[in-house]
Design a protein around this ligand. Structure first.
Ligand code: DGP
Length: 112
């Protein structure tokens, strides 16, 4: 499958890894929008959150189980924001479900 994030997980494309376990990989976003901007992704490919079903919801659960560990690894102790973009209107540019973890400063209240 020609997926950028699958290639990053496989090590075919370099990335700045901050956390990895059996199910999840987390690495620094190439275009950071906050002092800490990490992408947290399931190792199993799924296009987006819109593709989740009862059978695949565990992929999102595994990401969320890892989030506190990723946040601690990044030194985030005062909160952070988690965002997943979905599809065209959500401005999703990489079709492998990913969660942006943003922090390291007081983030704006406005989200859109
Ligand atoms: P989204 O717009 O939600 O699909 O976010 C995709 C993010 O992926 C975007 O913030 C930039 C990041 N990104 C794209 N290509 C690469 C890459 O090759 N390496 C890394 N580390 N991040 C990338």
């Amino acid at each position: 499958m020609d997926c950028l994030f699958c290639k990053i997980i496989a090590g075919e494309i370099p990335s700045a890894k901050v956390y990895e376990d059996e199910y999840v990989y987390a690495f620094r976003d190439i275009h950071p929008q906050a002092p800490v901007h990490v992408l947290v992704i399931p190792k199993t490919h799924i296009d987006s959150a819109d593709c989740l079903t009862e059978e695949t919801a565990h992929l999102a659960a595994e990401v969320f189980a890892a989030l506190p560990k990723v946040a601690r690894a990044c030194g985030l102790v005062n909160g952070y924001r988690v965002i997943t973009n979905v599809g065209e209107d959500g401005c999703q540019s990489v079709r492998h479900m990913h969660f942006h973890l943003l922090g390291g400063k007081k983030l704006p209240e406005q989200m859109s």
